[in-house]
Write a protein that binds this ligand. Structure first.
Ligand code: SF4
Ligand code: F3S
Length: 112
């Protein structure tokens, strides 16, 4: 089992999740984060930190796609350990569906 970041993170990127992870699983892209499924110890503490419920266990139906995306992007994106400043328009993207399809990007973030 692992936890994964899903569509709701795209363009919201609140980063409340990163500082609670005991094993530095989060990797930063330009407009979202992902979890490295190979590092995640399934503690679940990050899941409740996300204000838009973007983090879910891979046992949730439909998670296969997100496990692949989290695994693939965490190979090249840098680790993020510290909460940064969310995008200025983050609140405008809350609850907008299918963001990854339209705005998903392979471009890495800065990491911290
Ligand atoms: Fe980190 Fe635990 Fe979340 Fe996995 S479930 S990403 S180990 S905080
Ligand atoms: Fe994304 Fe939620 Fe973390 S919006 S950056 S998964 S707090």
């Amino acid at each position: 089992m692992t936890f994964v970041v899903t569509d709701a993170c795209v363009r919201c990127k609140y980063m409340d999740c990163v500082e609670v992870c005991p094993v530095d699983c989060f990797h930063e892209g330009e407009n979202m984060l992902v979890i490295d499924p190979l590092t995640c110890i399934d503690c679940g503490v990050c899941e409740i930190e996300c204000p838009v419920d973007a983090i879910q266990a891979d046992t949730v139906e439909g998670s296969e796609k997100w496990v692949e995306i989290n695994h693939r992007l965490s190979r090249t994106w840098p680790v993020i350990r510290l909460k940064g400043t969310p995008p200025p328009d983050a609140d405008d993207w809350k609850g907008v569906p299918d963001k990854f399809e339209r705005y998903g990007s392979d471009t890495p973030g800065k990491g911290s």
